[in-house]
Design a protein around this ligand. Sequence first.
Ligand code: ADP
Length: 485
Amino acid sequence: MQVLHVASELHPFSKTGGLADMVAALGKALAHAGHEVQLVTPLYRGIRNRHPDIHPAKWRFDVPMGTSLVAGEFWRLKVTPQLTIWFVDQPEFFDRAGLYNENQIDYPDNGARFLFLSKAALLLARHLPRPPQIIHLHDWPTGPVPLLLQHARAEGVWPNPPKTVFTIHNLAYQGWFPPTDWALTNLPTEWFHPNTAEAWGQFNFLKAGLSLADALTTVSPRYAQEICTPEYGCGLEGLLRRREYELTGILNGVDYEEWRTTNNPALKHAYDADHLAGKNANKRDLQEELGLPVRADIPLFAQISRLTGQKGSDLVLEAWEEIFTAGLEQQFVLLGSGDPVLQNGFRDLAARYPESVAVRVGFDPGLAQRIEAAADFFLMPSRFEPCGLNQLYSLRYGTVPIVRATGGLDDSVVDVRENVERATGIKFHEPTAAALAQAIRKAFALYREPDLLAHFRHNGMTADFSWEKQAREYVELYEQALHGV
Ligand code: ADP
């Protein structure tokens, strides 16, 4: 099967979150299973320097954007005979310091930037010598693709176009743009209505994708159910309920070639489910690296995350106050960036408890690996979580996840109350600091029971969230989209 993915970020070239990991790993797994995979993504600043093996594809093109023509060029990386990455070069749009924003402020022309990406991807799809049968789209930046494609089909200019699959990685980010941006689509104004891309008078990119793609998916079965409710539907629950039968939840997998505790150049000490000495050594190293007292006898908690309300960062701050007040001895390491108020809150916590808390503000994939390998417990108190990847990485790294029972967290972590034999983590339900603090207290109890802790760790480390398995579900879905079964 020929599949073309379009995504606004792609590991290891560009990344702000799990989307980048997912698209890279799914593409790789599909190619590995023998499918012909093309990935289309922007050529952001710095990619060419860091990856000199990316070459011009000798393919320049012009895209109509309203009344102007905007020139672009494809660059290409042939990763394997089955897997090609196409980079869309348009320096005015993509040669910038950030992917979507700078200093927390979105670029004002994001509508134009990602419409350009969508149009370039369709141009590629139409003119490839072996055109794709499926175009797989990811999140709001690619929402215009099904819209543009349906219009081309309706006009008869693309009689038998590929089928489109649209994956929701996070419904909260919808790509809202002023209605004046519609002109950049070069589609007739009659096409701008509530059954396509219009929401409250605005041009909503995500809605365009969700209304017009042939099949919809999201990144966990539980989130697929949740987003059909007003609580989690972000205003699109009506549309999603109407399309409920075309919406499938498929849990993300892990690229175990990247996230591994043995033969991993990012980790100094290797370990596995039956040999945990290396994990203790990684803990000691991290304590040294971050200037914390080297202590094997107290639990090390960690969080690696965008600092936002979604991730429950505020709950973490409040819960630690309770834990400190109770005088429980522990260490906590945070790696993250985002909301400046939260950043300051964590910096302040570290300043007040320098013996217990280390905070690193920034985005550092190497440190993320070292933290996963060193920590005893990993906090994910998300208010909502489409899938979540860090809990999956934590499981493989023997780092017991403490999660709120929502979305993919609920689907991937087993609490002892659900199944004693298969328990892998600690779950709590209420999105409150008190509920999180109670879950953290359970972690202290678990830490005092080495045999039970070893049982949790062993279960987590041997659980299989490989992409090989998950990719088969996508292939089935592609088959259904193609053959209408
Ligand atoms: P989301 O996509 O909602 O941010 P996920 O858990 O699905 O959350 O994926 C987050 C990804 O980004 C993981 O690979 C995680 O390790 C990584 N990540 C998040 N914050 C940082 C950071 N500050 N430094 C390095 N990696 C980070």
